[in-house]
Design a binder for this molecule. Structure first.
Ligand code: ASP
Length: 458
């Protein structure tokens, strides 16, 4: 049965099994520190498999973003059009993030979360310093592109790639061969994504079993009000608000969008990282939804870096919750400040696990809430991070689809074909024709002649 199942099915089964097994390990007490299971299974075998899987995704992020974006810029061809797409994408990202926080604040206030709750306000939280927002902007131009790539500084990489693309366009015709080569490299990297996607069921299983075994769900019950409103706001924003925006702005089928997003969201959920999910998001929107690479290669990494609807929702909900617990009244000005700060904070939040919480201290500082209050929600944040990351990447893909459709850069036949891109799986077997052709070229052609020369010289 497992053999005949499609990849999405396998990933979903792996997710469910991981959650069930992880919770079992947690509740049965098997995960006690120092015990066999804790040492060799959760912190041993599963940790290694999970890390290998996340590393294999991260490994592709920088080369993929760099090469696909250079190709994307060359594909657009018109520098002004590039500016227009950039501005439009940025505006929609900011608009939808503001909608997200408004939902969180609305629902949080409606249910009065945290009001009258007595969980003690003696929490402590040592806020790691959030990167100053000015740095986020001034680092857009890297002083050293190689170190930007080594550090995975996404905005710097985006800038550098666009600059290369624009310069290639200026060189014009003579650079045609270069662009063709880059496009081939891009295809090769996407094939690598395909290979790694086939490992996803095992990676997802390991990550989720470990996460659930370590975290359990106990803490959630003690903060049920906060968790319920946060999860409700995340679901409302993604399934209702974003889908209405998608339908109104593009007319695309919501059902198709949600079905094709499933895999991407499971990846985001299990890795808690929009950044690590970039290869899968990019592959899905281009190969499965028919978005032209000229749009997706920019909107996806840009979104993974600056567009965090789920994170903004957490920040809005947490603000209301903590304010209520400490009995601090927030007025209209404070609410507006929260909206503005959360939008900015989500821009400054890198798409890696847990950063949203660090940026929350910036929001709290602005509205005068006690930063140590963050300590109260710290325990549940790891699990909620998984959920909000799934919403973060969902927003990136929805806006990508909207922008692509409005620019006429979307192949609707691909979007509407449920199987598009789904069959491109790697089962360890390479197409026989390809194999033969390559072995002929390499053994007789390139390698062969070189060796002949070497032989002759001898
Ligand atoms: N983990 C989130 C992401 O990668 C960021 C955060 O909210 O901490 O999208």
């Amino acid at each position: 049965m497992w053999k005949n199942m499609g990849l999405t099915g396998k990933i979903m089964v792996a997710m469910a099994l991981g959650i069930i097994l992880g919770l079992f390990i947690n509740y049965s007490g098997l995960n006690a520190e120092g015990g066999f299971v804790n040492t060799y299974i959760t912190n041993g075998f599963l940790a290694i498999i999970g890390k290998l899987f996340v590393n294999s995704l991260k490994m592709l992020v920088v080369p993929l973003v760099l090469i696909s974006l250079i190709c994307g810029v060359c594909g657009i061809g018109d520098i002004r059009l590039l500016g227009r797409i950039g501005t439009k994408t940025f505006m929609i990202y900011m608009f939808t993030t503001a909608l997200a926080i408004a939902t969180a604040i609305g629902l949080g206030s409606l249910f009065g979360i945290g009001k009258g709750m007595n969980i003690g306000t003696d929490a402590t939280f040592e806020a790691a310093s959030a990167p100053p927002l000015l740095d986020v902007f001034s680092n857009i131009i890297p002083s050293n592109p190689i170190s930007a790539m080594a550090n995975g500084d996404m905005l710097s990489i985006i800038f550098f790639a666009i600059l290369i693309g624009v310069s290639i366009l200026m060189v014009g015709k003579p650079a045609k061969g270069l662009v063709q080569s880059l496009e081939l490299i891009n295809e090769v990297i996407l094939k690598m994504v395909t290979i790694i996607m086939n490992l996803a069921p095992y990676g997802v299983f390991a990550l989720l079993t470990k996460a659930m075994a370590d975290l359990g769900l106990d803490l959630i019950w003690s903060l049920l009000g906060y968790v319920a409103v946060l999860v409700g706001s995340l679901a409302f924003h993604f399934f209702i608000t974003m889908m209405i925006v998608l339908k109104l702005a593009s007319g695309l089928s919501i059902k198709t969008f949600l079905a094709k997003m499933r895999e991407v969201q499971i990846f985001a959920f299990s890795t808690s990282s929009s950044n690590a999910t970039i290869p899968i998001t990019l592959r899905t929107v281009t190969k499965r939804m028919g978005v032209n690479n000229s749009v997706a290669s920019f909107t996806v990494p840009f979104g993974a870096t600056i567009n965090m609807d789920g994170t903004a929702i957490m920040q809005g909900t947490a603000t209301i919750f903590i304010a209520n617990i400490y009995g601090i009244d927030l007025g209209v000005t404070e609410y507006l400040t929260v909206i503005l700060m959360s939008v900015l904070a989500s821009v400054g939040t890198a798409g890696v696990p847990g950063v949203g919480l660090i940026m929350l201290s910036m929001v709290f500082a602005q509205v005068g809430l006690p930063i140590e209050g963050i300590g109260l929600i710290l325990g549940v944040d790891r699990i909620l991070d998984m959920l909000r990351t799934a919403v973060n990447v969902g927003g990136d893909a929805a806006v990508t689809a909207i922008v692509a459709k409005s620019e006429g850069k979307m192949d609707l036949a691909i979007y509407n074909d449920p199987d598009a891109g789904a069959k491109d799986v790697f089962d360890g077997h390479i197409d026989e024709d390809n194999e033969r052709e390559f072995s002929e070229v390499f053994s007789d052609g390139i390698m062969g002649s070189e060796y002949d020369d070497v032989d002759r010289r001898r």
